[in-house]
Design a protein around this ligand. Structure first.
Ligand SMILES: [Zn+2]
Length: 382
């Protein structure tokens, strides 16, 4: 397979640098480093410290007062996998603010045991859930095609994750959707994104869909019926109907770490008994067997694995020193998700040989060098 020019495709800087404050690399797409070598996600943390959170909460309460149902019918949608973040949002909306959330789950491609336990625990803690699953054979085909064409097996999941809750909100006549954090701001977008209250529909292709609109798959030979659950030709119409999707993280200060403790206490969330491969954490993105390959392909393309993402967040949130984080990254970041590998091959129908050919085509040779039969990173955080 032909090498893909990852650097041009994602507009990555030529010189690899690591943030002097956290451990993030400047190769993470869209992140911006200042002249002192500090990343935009770290600057956003400083910015958050100066936000008047009381005013933001007042704004939330005013919004909720406008939408809260009086007869107990659903008044907001919370997209939820059963993970810690959405569990926190849904529970706080219900428990603290007296809302009546309908949680909408776009099911993982292949549920892990722990993921299934967590969605059940969340349900048992008192939440209605509508779960969507696209046709399995189509999802498998899409997953394989997305691995080859986008270097990201997870893309088909993201279409459903973004669009399905909006679709359900429209069907139930609910105008308010709360997703979690403003990922662009939290993890390294432009300053202009920091005060965004939510994403506009027009931005979805750019921000979530890797510039590949969902209907581009129709041109690739998928039928309308194949994609009925994933794509949505009415999405713009929903927006004009008045459905608004807000970031809960705009109103309340967002912390992955705190969300974990909150969900553990209130919705029965349990972490994995063992750490996730490629990192040291036990509680982040643990519900899908395919998900580790989304992170692993990020490592191949950008030299940024899931340990870097986890450790950088903990440094920014003040839970870890930078030197500890760097040591964790050196230890875990390049670990291959071998436990999920059989499930991934089975799901996509790829042979091991085909898999490594695809991986090599996406491997960024600016960042990786061949060492015997293995690939080694040329640059790592120190
Ligand atoms: Zn940083």
């Amino acid at each position: 397979m032909k090498d893909i020019d990852v650097n041009a495709k994602y507009g990555l800087p030529n010189e690899v640098k690591f943030c002097r404050r956290c451990v993030m690399s400047n190769q993470r797409p869209n992140i911006i480093f200042d002249e002192h070598g500090v990343c935009s996600a770290c600057h956003y943390v400083d910015y958050k410290k100066n936000i008047d959170w009381q005013t933001r909460e007042d704004e939330l309460i005013e919004l909720l007062d406008k939408h809260r149902s009086k007869d107990g019918s659903f008044d907001c949608v919370v997209p939820s996998s059963g993970g810690k973040d959405s569990a926190y949002v849904a529970h706080e909306l219900k428990d603290k603010y007296g809302m009546h959330p309908l949680t909408v789950t776009w099911a993982p491609l292949v549920y892990t045991d722990i993921g299934w336990k967590n969605i059940q625990a969340f349900n048992h803690s008192g939440f209605d859930i509508i779960m969507g699953m696209a046709k399995g054979d189509v999802s498998k085909r899409l997953c394989k095609d997305a691995t080859i064409e986008m270097g990201d097996p997870f893309q088909p999941f993201i279409y459903g994750q973004v669009l399905f809750p909006i679709k359900i909100a429209a069907k139930f006549g609910i105008n308010l959707i709360f997703s979690g954090e403003n990922a662009q701001a939290e993890y390294g977008g432009k300053k202009e994104t920091w005060d965004k209250k939510g994403l506009d529909v027009e931005e979805y292709d750019k921000v979530w869909f890797s510039k590949l609109p969902y209907n581009s798959w129709l041109e690739k030979g998928y039928s309308q019926n194949d994609l009925e659950m994933l794509i949505d030709k009415n999405i713009l119409e929903y927006d004009t109907k008045g459905i608004k999707r807000y970031f809960y993280g705009y109103f309340k200060s967002w912390s992955n770490h705190e969300n974990y403790y909150y969900a553990k206490k209130h919705t029965g969330f349990i972490p994995n008994p063992e750490r996730t491969e490629g990192t040291y954490t036990r509680y982040s993105s643990i519900d899908d067997e395919i998900d580790p390959f989304h992170h692993w392909f990020g490592l191949i393309k950008f030299g940024v694995g899931r340990c870097t993402a986890n450790a950088a967040r903990e440094v920014r949130e003040g839970y870890r020193e930078r030197h500890e984080a760097a040591a964790l990254v050196q230890r875990y970041d390049t670990e291959f998700p071998s436990k999920s590998f059989p499930a991934f091959l089975d799901y996509t129908g790829l042979s091991e040989d085909e898999f490594w050919k695809i991986a090599d085509s996406w491997r960024n040779k600016k960042i990786w060098i061949k060492d015997g039969n293995d690939w080694k990173l040329k640059y790592q955080v120190s």
